[in-house]
Ligand binder design. Structure first.
Ligand code: C2O
Ligand code: CU
Length: 663
């Protein structure tokens, strides 16, 4: 069973334990002896099952269970033991006909177990990993407060007893003062603990984490504003100049529907930028009327940091009437894309993106002729409709048999797409722009393309039709026809049952340029949901180690370091993790090493319950965004910065630090 399923099962068992403990408490309070006894037995059994589900999850990683093992279960266990001891004997006696099983202590203790079960689950959902002393104190106080209030309701309050005859007897008076004492001290303890807990929880985080490496050195500072691209192309190259103007426009989709889009130059996707290795790319961005402002981020392209387009970190956002010139060498071959990085959860969705493809200088790839049909196919969803290959509406292409074809798929959405290429065997020649080593021929497989990711599929056109099917939609997608007269709408079979290709076992292993086991720094990012501050406001955020941007400490690295990331997904959603400015090498998923071609990516899909290990060498000085490429998630907190020792930024706001964290 996958960790994701264990997480869900554990939540279900936790809910059941809450339900059974409450059922036991309420039936007992109503003096319904038999149901109360049955519910109590069920509650105890479910609680024991919970121990099993938590133990199973613990086997998958401490991150998945820390708050359950240290807080939720001990609290529930203690309350449950008290409940069994206080309520159990009387209920058993009642079953044998002696009394109705009710006692104030029994009711209060059983309900307290119910509160403990509920509080444990709430702590998991709102706080999660890592468990803090503050969270523990607040949680325990809430349960304590619940117990005290319940006692007041269930047992006659001291004041009422005081009016009765009991109060006049000496033992009655002693009982009353004892209860007053317990009530007042209990209340005081609860309030103090809750106050201390919430005080602890609102403490700011440290500004950086060092991942086990040295802290900041006193080396001379370099500003990101000075880390700019070089001014001339390599010998033989040219300057590829583009002017992109961000503006609102009405765009017609292939379906004929018109949408109000945000565009570069009135087109969606924006102008395709292509270059040959060794060229220099120079793009002037201006903004006509996007009030929020825009930037250009070169997704997956390891540009000098000052060209990265991160507002507040590498530049100020380009507002209406302003402009910014990006310049960087086209030294990496492959399929990439560009998009705005300001309020990108809105801007990219509305159309502020385009493609970037850099081809090899000699026009030849090792051993094979350049593809004659080379299509760049960004996949984007507008108003629920998946649109491929931009707005030209061409969903059919002619490709004579034997034509070498390359399809460059780019997922510009925030969710993964399932891609099937039907009608021909093919190879995945490149992932995220980087060629794979000896990619084998595959057919009848599904490919999962993460948000932000790219796959280059290559094949020789057969003499029958080929179909690219996205998300199982057999009417949409793209058709390649071998002859002009062949009907394009050949029936496509149902592809939904095809197995998913595992890229960690695809292609052949090869040497990698560094030894990832000898990492200089190791950072763990536990992804979850929880209550956290995002941009200075409390939110039900998408969190990294329990915090939201910009309160997540920067990761500090030094140039030349080998850096390792462990990325753990505790949540029930997928997080396509993306680091700017670097490609990372996939080491393992859920402890199983990658055994296929070395897989260098800029975005990897961390599904619920998964743990990924990746590594890279820090060779591109700067301050780089490191975030979830589900852009609404990033906007809701799931974003941090990787900062090179000695690099500073003069900018601020937006992705920058809120409280002078970047020095
Ligand atoms: Cu394509 Cu920071 O993103
Ligand atoms: Cu995410």
């Amino acid at each position: 069973m996958t960790t994701g399923l264990w997480i869900i099962l554990d939540h279900v068992v936790a809910l059941l334990s809450i339900a059974t403990w409450f059922a036991a408490g309420v039936t007992l309070a109503l003096r319904r002896t038999r149901p109360a006894l049955a519910a109590l037995v069920a509650a105890v059994l479910v609680t024991l099952v919970r121990v099993v589900t938590v133990a199973m999850l613990a086997g998958r990683g401490w991150w998945f269970v820390q708050e359950k093992v240290l807080l939720g279960l001990p609290m529930l266990g203690a309350a449950a033991a008290g409940a069994v001891l206080l309520a159990g004997p009387r209920l058993l006696a009642a079953r044998r006909g002696r009394g109705d099983g009710w006692s104030a202590g029994g009711v209060v203790s059983v309900l307290t177990a119910a509160y403990a079960a509920l509080a444990g689950l709430v702590a998991t959902f709102l706080a999660g990993y890592p468990l803090t002393l503050g969270t523990a104190l607040v949680t325990i106080s809430v349960v304590g407060a619940g117990a005290l209030l319940t006692a007041r309701v269930v047992a006659p309050p001291a004041e009422i007893i005081a009016d009765s005859g009991v109060a006049r007897a000496p033992e009655g008076r002693r009982a009353i003062s004892r209860r007053r004492f317990i009530g007042w001290t209990g209340g005081a303890v609860v309030v103090t603990a809750a106050g201390a807990g919430s005080g602890l929880s609102s403490r700011p985080a440290a500004s950086v984490t060092t991942g086990g490496g040295p802290g900041r050195s006193s080396r001379a500072a370099v500003s990101v504003a000075d880390l700019r691209g070089s001014g001339s192309p390599a010998p033989g190259g040219t300057v590829r100049r583009h002017a992109l103007t961000a503006k609102k426009a009405t765009v017609r989709l292939p379906s004929g529907r018109e949408i109000a889009a945000w565009t570069y130059n009135g087109e969606v996707p924006g102008p395709a930028i292509t270059a040959t290795q060794g060229d220099l790319i120079e793009v002037r961005l201006s903004n006509a009327d996007i009030e929020d402002g825009v930037t250009l981020h070169w997704h997956g392209y390891d540009v000098p940091c000052g060209e990265d387009g991160s507002p507040g970190v590498t530049q100020t956002v380009v507002g209406p009437g302003a402009d910014f010139v990006y310049r960087f060498p086209a030294d990496q071959v492959g399929t990439y894309w560009y998009h705005t990085h300001h309020a990108s959860h809105v801007g990219v969705h509305k159309g502020l993106y385009g493609t970037l493809v850099v081809r090899p200088r000699d026009g030849e790839r090792a051993g094979s002729a350049a593809e004659q049909l080379d299509l760049t196919l960004p996949v984007h969803t507008f108003d629920g409709t998946v649109v491929i290959a931009g707005g030209d509406g061409r969903t059919e292409q002619l490709a004579p048999p034997g034509t070498p074809v390359r399809l460059r798929l780019i997922n510009t959405d925030s969710d993964p797409h399932r891609i099937v290429l039907a009608g021909t065997p093919f190879r995945i020649a490149a992932v995220d722009g980087r060629d794979l080593n000896q990619p084998g021929e595959v057919s009848d497989v599904g490919l999962r393309l993460p948000a932000g990711g790219r796959y280059d599929l290559v094949f020789l056109m057969p003499d029958t039709s080929v179909a690219l099917v996205v998300d199982g939609d057999r009417d949409g997608g793209l058709r390649l026809r071998p002859h002009g007269d062949a009907p394009g709408a050949a029936r496509i079979e149902d592809t939904s049952g095809l197995p998913e290709l595992d890229l960690l076992r695809y292609g052949a292993a090869a040497a990698v340029p560094f030894d990832p086991r000898r990492a200089d720094r190791h950072f763990t990012m536990v992804l979850d949901r929880g209550v956290a501050m995002v941009d200075g406001r409390p939110a039900y955020a998408h969190t990294v180690n329990g915090r939201g941007h910009p309160a997540i400490p920067d990761q500090l690295v030094a140039e030349g370091d080998i850096v390792r990331f462990t990325v753990v997904n505790r949540s029930l959603g997928t997080h396509p993790w993306h680091l700017h400015g670097h490609r990372v090498l996939i080491l393992s998923r859920d402890g199983t090493p990658s055994t296929g071609s070395p897989l260098w990516v800029d975005t990897f899909d961390v599904r619920p319950g998964e743990t990924w290990e990746v590594a890279f060498r820090a060779t591109n000085p700067g301050i780089w965004m490191n975030h979830c490429h589900n852009l609404p998630h990033a906007h809701q907190g799931m974003m941090l910065r990787l900062q090179y020792d000695g690099v500073t930024t003069p900018f601020g706001g937006s992705h920058g630090a809120s409280a002078g964290h970047v020095h």
